[in-house]
Design a protein around this ligand. Structure first.
Ligand SMILES: C[S@@+](CC[C@H](N)C(=O)[O-])C[C@H]1O[C@@H](n2cnc3c(N)ncnc32)[C@H](O)[C@@H]1O
Length: 207
């Protein structure tokens, strides 16, 4: 059983599944064993376009059969619309978890679930924005902003790992690909560029 958490809905979503299939197929052949059956769970938020993803499945299955023959798998693919900051699977269920470019997304989990994606501390007590002109940590961001994003990431990532640790079998594998910066004094400039572009667009609309 394997899961791709934050799979999105483009061709990338199935690319990772086919890479994992390749590895298992090759490993099974090398030890002369029948390839195991697969359960693949594609997880994303409920707003993800799962229909677009499911529409890619017939071609994906056909390619798989042509490439690996009918003795491969079978590979059962399902969509799981739920935040990965919640329990998504039963205890000791998954053998492998993959997630790429998804766990660095902000997701503040509070009781009402109303306010996801906004870390506490970006707005002062009287409602004033503390990170004006930026959409993430930037050179001009005050110290509190660095702290607010760091605290939020720490909370979210710890929760993600805690939840998955319950859902995975012991000795299961996990591959996470995420973006980050080693040094909070040297923030990722892509977000500064994106922030100033968004600001220009807003100014154009409002002027
Ligand atoms: C940048 S896309 C990455 C897509 C794909 N994994 C890739 O590598 O191309 C990030 C995905 O993470 C999903 N995501 C963000 N927060 C999530 C959450 N709390 N639970 C599940 N999916 C989430 C988003 O909806 C989005 O589809």
């Amino acid at each position: 059983m394997m899961a791709d958490m934050g799979c999105s809905s483009g061709p990338n979503s199935l690319l990772v599944v086919s890479k994992i299939n390749d590895v298992i197929d090759e490993a099974s052949r090398s030890i002369n064993r029948q390839c195991p059956q697969f359960g693949v769970f594609l997880n994303d938020l409920p707003g993800n376009d799962f229909n677009a993803l499911f529409n890619l499945l017939p071609a994906f299955k056909q390619d798989l059969e042509e490439d690996k023959g009918s003795s491969f798998g079978p590979c059962f693919v399902s969509g799981i619309p739920k935040s990965f900051y919640r329990r998504v699977f039963p205890d000791k269920f998954l053998h492998f978890v993959h997630s790429s470019y998804s766990v660095h997304w902000l997701s503040q989990v509070n009781k009402s679930h109303q306010n996801e994606n906004v870390p506490r501390g970006l707005v002062s007590e009287n409602g004033e924005a503390l990170n004006k002109g930026n959409i993430y940590i930037a050179d001009s961001s005050p110290e509190e902003i660095h702290k607010a994003y760091y605290a939020q990431f720490k909370k979210d990532f710890t929760l993600f790992l805690k939840l998955r640790s319950k859902e995975m079998v012991s000795q299961g594998g996990m591959v996470l690909v995420l973006q980050g910066s080693f040094n909070s004094d040297n923030p990722d400039s892509i977000y500064e560029l994106l922030g100033s572009t968004l600001q220009d667009m807003v100014l154009k609309v409002t002027n």
